[in-house]
Write a protein that binds this ligand. Structure first.
Ligand code: HEM
Length: 127
């Protein structure tokens, strides 16, 4: 019998997902490469960190924390207040790809994450 691990487990469970999100927002906060999307966010990134952590927990097959608290994510709709074009998508992915690379994940997990995030980020474009 073969056992399959969820993406959540491969990321290192709660601590791993939190660390990924923290690296992502630390990069967004500190990098000129992400200045346009940083400006779309509040001065404090505390709430953004918590929401992305809760969302990615369920998205990767772990506890559905975001759904339990806020209902269905309807992510595209929730991003409508922000003008997201190719530039914003690419800045978001720039941060996420670096956050992934710093994670010590198996190469297969890295490929999978980058492919899926590229799809979701592209789907978020609204301009
Ligand atoms: C494509 C470029 C993107 C930009 C510029 C962007 C920007 C933003 C901004 C400004 C907010 C509101 C502040 C906040 O609540 O944190 C937000 C919320 C959020 N974003 Fe993004 N985002 C992008 C892509 C994504 C992607 C790909 C995901 C998921 C993989 C995601 C997940 C979320 C979540 C879960 C929230 C909280 C929604 C809520 O409950 O209000 N975002 N995003």
């Amino acid at each position: 019998m073969t056992q399959t691990q969820s993406l959540y487990e491969l990321l290192g469970g709660e601590a791993g997902v939190r660390a990924l999100v923290d690296r992502f927002y630390d990069l967004m906060d500190a990098s000129p490469e992400a200045k346009d999307i940083r400006a779309l966010h509040a001065a404090s990134l505390k709430q953004s960190r918590e929401k992305l952590f809760m969302f990615l927990s369920g998205w990767s097959g772990g506890p559905q924390l975001y759904m339990e608290k806020f209902g269905h994510p309807r992510l595209r709709m929730r991003h409508m207040p922000f003008a997201i074009g190719e530039r914003e998508r690419d800045q978001w992915l720039w941060c996420m790809e670096r956050a992934i690379d710093a994670g010590n994940f198996h190469p297969t997990v890295v490929d999978h994450l980058k492919t899926r995030f590229a799809e979701v980020a592209d789907f978020m474009r609204n301009t």
